[in-house]
Design a protein around this ligand. Structure first.
Ligand code: BG6
Length: 481
């Protein structure tokens, strides 16, 4: 089963930071894959823009190398050669005057113009201003803005204001690549295209929800950025927050940008402040490998792991906690949402028969899929013994390998930019609301100069995070991919 590929309109996509790491790893390979699948039209053009002095041939060679490294199955010499013909390069100084007139000259009229800001946030304003000054952007142009979108509420507001000086909200695409993941969108399909789950999706039937994003990688190579952010800013304020919103939100009236984003915003605004006792921060550390060495800051008290218990103050979720956890250098790479239902109100079976509560797990990565544990009678004679069995649906098995070869989040999101669909992008007020909730939590532990708990690299995180759940008579689902 293969999905239909509908080509998008002709476009000129300028990638600022076109020779940077994100462009190399994600954006350019993603565009190639869309080209390979026939979604990128003949007259699409990709314009690399960066400070490096490079000519068109040099940029094409750079992209070819990137594709060799990051496009596995679909790498095909002939296709790559044709794809490269769509590419050109302009050397531009984001903070100065050089190159802007050249960029203006290469842009075509009557095609969608999109500008990907794959650069540090300090350049967003500079680029936005010059795009207007040199008349490179018009009212239909789109800009794509990468995270981090600010470092706190104040800086996020300032960024929003700067961008708003030059672009309408409908032109601004704030990327959270988690929203482009196949299973994240599937969460909406599962909830709102089935009758089965939604009637039970509330505090009356759900005991608690767990959201886990565990990574095996450390912070090596990105230490400078990461040490100023930590897991809270790097992962919770954006990716986990988005997962929480999609899990908790009310059904939007339509699958349309503002209908969806309004509902997500209501969830963020209903988040309760988290008590210090409901937050566990950790930092990986062992004899051989430690966070402080990776970030080259022996005094760092930044967290590479965080677990928190979050409450949503609204009718649907009153009394149902959401436990979030994310960390680097953990045992497995697993991202999943677990909905743990309550036990039946009365059991007709004897105690110790083995009855437990149902659990729905939505696996975002790896092995995208869902499973639902159902309690059944253990087969065989000898009385009523109950066991839990999973109704397991791994998409690769259920739909075939080809259908499970899903596009990378970036591919989908860039095509959405060209289509002008903002559903999977964050609105300015959403980002600000997320910081407004996050800021006081960070300020509280910073003011106490709180040290994170140590955890072994390759483990499930600090002990204290287990206690966070045990205390409530609950436990984390085992980390397994
Ligand atoms: C990024 C974070 O936004 O997401 C990284 O900055 C993190 O620290 C990454 O590793 C995780 O993304 P994925 O798609 O690999 O789960």
């Amino acid at each position: 089963m293969v999905s239909r590929v509908i080509p998008v309109e002709a476009f000129d996509l300028v990638i600022f930071g076109g020779t940077g790491d994100l462009a190399r790893r994600k954006i350019l390979p993603g565009l190639y894959r869309r080209f390979y699948d026939g979604q990128m039209p003949e007259d699409a053009r990709i314009i690399g823009a960066a400070r490096s002095e490079m000519d068109e041939a040099g940029f094409r060679q750079f992209v070819k190398e990137a594709l060799k490294e990051f496009v596995s199955k679909r790498y095909d010499e002939e296709k790559v050669a044709t794809f490269l013909e769509h590419l050109t390069y302009v050397s531009v100084d984001a903070m100065g005057t050089d190159g802007w007139k050249d960029l203006a000259k290469v842009m075509r009229k009557d095609v969608v113009r999109a500008f990907y800001f794959s650069v540090g946030p300090s350049l967003f304003g500079e680029i936005a201003e010059r795009l207007h000054k040199y008349k490179i952007a018009d009212d239909d142009s789109r800009i794509v803005v990468e995270k981090p979108f600010g470092n706190n509420l104040e800086t996020a507001r300032a960024l929003n204001r700067t961008l708003a000086e030059h672009f309408h909200e409908t032109q601004i695409y704030r990327i959270d690549h988690y929203l482009g993941k196949e299973t994240v969108q599937n969460l909406m399909a599962v909830r709102f295209a089935n009758m089965l789950f939604e009637p039970l999706w509330n505090a009356q039937y759900v005991d608690h929800i767990q959201i886990t994003v565990a990574e095996t990688v450390g912070v090596g190579g990105r230490g400078g950025y990461y040490d100023k952010s930590g897991a809270m800013r790097d992962m919770v304020q954006n990716h986990l927050m988005q997962l929480l919103c999609l899990t908790a939100m009310e059904p939007p009236s339509k699958f349309e940008p503002d209908a969806v984003r309004d509902e997500k915003l209501k969830v963020i605004r209903a988040l309760q402040p988290v008590e210090p006792g409901d937050i566990v921060r950790g930092q990986y550390k062992s004899q051989k490998e430690s966070y402080i060495d990776d970030v080259e800051n022996p005094r760092s008290i930044t967290e590479s792991y965080i677990a928190l218990k979050v409450e949503i103050a609204n009718w649907r979720w009153n009394g149902t906690p959401f436990y979030l956890r994310t960390g680097k250098r953990m045992k497995e790479r697993v991202s999943e949402i677990v909905v743990r239902f309550k036990e039946p109100p009365h059991s007709i079976f004897e105690e110790d028969t083995g009855q437990t509560a149902n659990e729905l797990t939505i696996r975002l990565q790896p092995n995208e899929g869902m499973d639902l544990t159902v309690t059944i009678k253990e087969p065989g004679p000898g009385g009523m013994r109950l066991i839990d069995v999973p109704l397991d649906m791994t998409f690769a098995e259920a739909l075939g390998e080809e259908a499970a070869d899903v596009p990378d989040a970036y591919e989908r999101l860039i095509m959405d930019v060209i289509r002008g669909n903002q559903t999977l992008f964050m609105r300015g007020d959403e980002v600000e609301a997320a910081w407004a909730w996050t800021d006081p939590l960070i300020e509280a532990w910073e003011s106490r100069e709180e040290r994170p708990h140590a955890y072994e690299p390759g483990s499930i995180g600090p002990e204290e995070a287990l206690i966070l759940m045990h205390r409530d008579g609950r436990r984390w689902r085992e980390l397994r991919s």
